[in-house]
Design a protein around this ligand. Structure first.
Ligand code: UDP
Length: 582
């Protein structure tokens, strides 16, 4: 720990949930399994480790000063790096990135190399994405044996089993993304591969669709299937029939999602290096094969200021945080130990980072703006345009000190006069755990519920209320335990006459919001995000397949890079639910 540790190391608040998550997974434990690190120590450990990179560029750098800045950035919950950084920085594993994409070549060697690499990455807390599009289709010939190939889906089962067995040394569950191009001959098997809800549970799956395919859908035409091993046409399918099946499966189970390959590659900053064929497990980070990315998220709820008794966003403070966060993430690249040499090389040549935001729904509550309003869409665009612009500027400033990323001359920036330290700077992550640690709403998602009732061991019922809603309820004098319990039961305040009418439209939750607003919000953020945006479009249980199709069409038209839907009750092990009274 640095000498700079003073009373100021005290962090200002930590919810009970945050403490539990940290103790379970993030804080150091001794040989007997007892936690031997406080949250303050954890942030110190991370700050000290990440600050060390400064010495690579300036022998006289004031490391202690930077360490203290990084410490405050995290301890004030203005910014948190992705979970592997919090868990592993300054410890023996030392692997700091959350997202990886691995190539899967069409050979037994290639496939099992990828299985092994994925296992190593999962052990360190990273998630892996793969394109299985290069694998020859089921029943095609295997030259060396004269036998027949078993196809992408059967090989995915091997990856799934390997993931199941790793369990990541008790840190986190292995997560995978499988992408198959829509013109692969096995596409129908792939689309249905998760229809049995107990199969391939360690995978999210996405169909990689092309503009050509979407055109064929709109013209109700057929399209060619291509055998990747020969490059030859291997059949034709009705685009509409494939799209309908995809929609039907997603309606039934949530899988597959879609990624828009052409849209992703229109924003590939390194087209001369390669094509992007897959994303990380939650879809927010398209990457080249053998690339990894460190993510980090700014907690918007920490940037509220009062002006003439009105709440507003403090853009000056946000700017300062963005610049420091870019420096932090760039340092992370140098301080991470990537588990595979080729990944280490690719990451250091492109230096992609993914800075995003969390706490957006809470911010809207604080500013009394309904999530499903034009004002919210406009604010989303303004915030993300600002994050993008300032992060690009921070990356240019860093490049002036440290040099551009080594592949700069092969990138789309090569003719710009400004140098760039990073091939990309922005990504919006789900922040599943980070948002619990920071005590804010996750990513750009609306709140799932305003209050929950938790039954604890001896059947005591504990009411947990969204902190912003609770504050408003107390300030405006309508708080009562009974009301909070009623809201937990109903899952909404929309028609609750005990809540003042102006607040009923502000405190909306995921299921109050029309699905098309979910997509509008995703598109508003995507417009200013270098990489992609993690977003789930929540649909009510009684939504129809036509509703799902409308969402997929909207996502394509509004230039999202992918889309994931979830219809309430369509998975057996749903993570979040409200106990709605019929
Ligand atoms: N991830 C993973 N396993 C998990 C959760 C996340 O491998 O159990 C990876 C995955 O690549 C995902 C990324 O981490 O897309 C970011 O997820 P999230 O923002 O929820 O992670 P956090 O940093 O909040 O833990």
């Amino acid at each position: 720990m640095g000498d700079g540790e003073k009373v100021t190391d005290q962090i200002d608040f930590l919810t009970e949930n945050a403490r539990t998550v940290l103790e379970r997974r993030y804080l150091k434990k001794d040989a007997s399994g007892k936690v031997c690190e406080s949250p303050e120590h954890m942030f110190r450990r991370v700050a000290a480790h990440i600050a060390k990179a400064e010495k690579n560029y300036d022998k006289n750098a004031d490391i202690q000063k930077i360490e203290d800045q990084f410490y405050r950035l995290m301890a004030e919950f203005r910014f948190l790096p992705n979970s592997p950084t919090l868990m592993n920085a300054g410890r023996s594993l030392g692997q700091l990135a959350a997202c990886f994409v691995l190539p899967v070549d069409d050979s037994i060697d290639g496939i099992f190399e990828a299985v092994k690499n994925a296992a190593i990455i999962h052990k360190s807390g990273g998630g892996t994405g793969f394109s299985f599009s290069r694998l020859r289709p089921e029943k095609s010939k295997v030259g060396s044996t004269g036998g027949v190939a078993s196809g992408p889906v059967s090989f995915m089962k091997i990856f799934n089993t390997a993931t199941e067995q790793i369990k990541q040394g008790g840190t986190r569950r292995g997560a995978n993304m499988a992408v198959l191009r829509v013109d692969h001959p096995d596409i129908m098997t792939f689309i249905r591969c998760k229809s049995n809800k107990s199969e391939l549970n360690n995978f999210n799956i996405s169909v990689g669709v092309t503009d050509q395919f979407m055109d064929a859908v709109s013209q109700k035409g057929d399209y060619d299937l291509i055998d990747p091993s020969s490059g030859k046409m291997a059949g034709r399918l009705s685009a509409e029939a494939v799209y309908d099946e995809l929609v039907k499966q997603a309606w039934e189970t949530g899988d597959p999602g879609i990624i828009f390959l052409d849209e992703i590659n229109r924003f590939n900053t390194l087209p001369d290096i390669g094509e992007m064929e897959a994303t990380n497990p939650c879809g927010e980070q398209p990457l080249l094969p053998m690339e990894a990315c460190n993510l980090g998220s700014i907690n918007l709820t920490r940037f509220i200021t009062q002006k003439e008794s009105k709440s507003e966003l403090d853009y000056e403070k946000l700017k300062e945080t963005i610049h420091l966060a870019v420096r932090f993430l760039d340092n992370t690249i140098d301080m991470s130990r990537y588990p595979i040499d080729e990944i280490d090389k690719t990451v250091k040549a492109n230096r992609k980072i993914g800075l995003g935001i969390m706490g957006f729904a809470d911010l809207l509550y604080m500013l009394e703006i309904p999530y499903d309003s034009d004002e919210a869409l406009e604010l989303a665009g303004n915030i993300m345009a600002f994050v993008q612009k300032e992060s690009h500027k921070a990356s240019s400033d860093l490049a002036k000190e440290r040099g551009s990323f080594p592949n700069f001359d092969r990138s789309i920036f090569k003719d710009n006069k400004d140098p760039r330290r990073n091939a990309t700077t922005t990504t919006i992550a789900p922040t599943g755990t980070l948002s619990i640690i920071a005590g804010c709403s996750s990513g750009i998602e609306p709140a799932f519920a305003l209050s929950y009732v938790r039954t604890v061991m001896d059947n005591d019922r504990l009411i947990e209320v969204n902190p912003v809603f609770k504050r408003f309820a107390i300030e405006k004098g309508f708080y009562s335990d009974a009301l909070m319990e009623e809201i937990a039961e109903n899952g909404t305040v929309k028609e609750n006459l005990n809540v003042p009418s102006d607040l009923r439209s502000v405190f909306v939750t995921a299921h109050d919001i029309k699905p098309e607003y979910h997509i509008k919000m995703q598109a508003a953020f995507q417009k200013y995000t270098d990489n992609a945006v993690s977003k789930t479009v929540n649909l009510p249980h009684d939504a129809s397949p036509a509703d799902v199709r409308f969402i997929y069409d909207q996502a394509f038209e509004t230039k999202c890079k992918g889309v994931t839907i979830y219809r309430d009750g369509s998975k057996d092990n749903q993570v979040l639910s409200v106990s709605k009274k019929e």
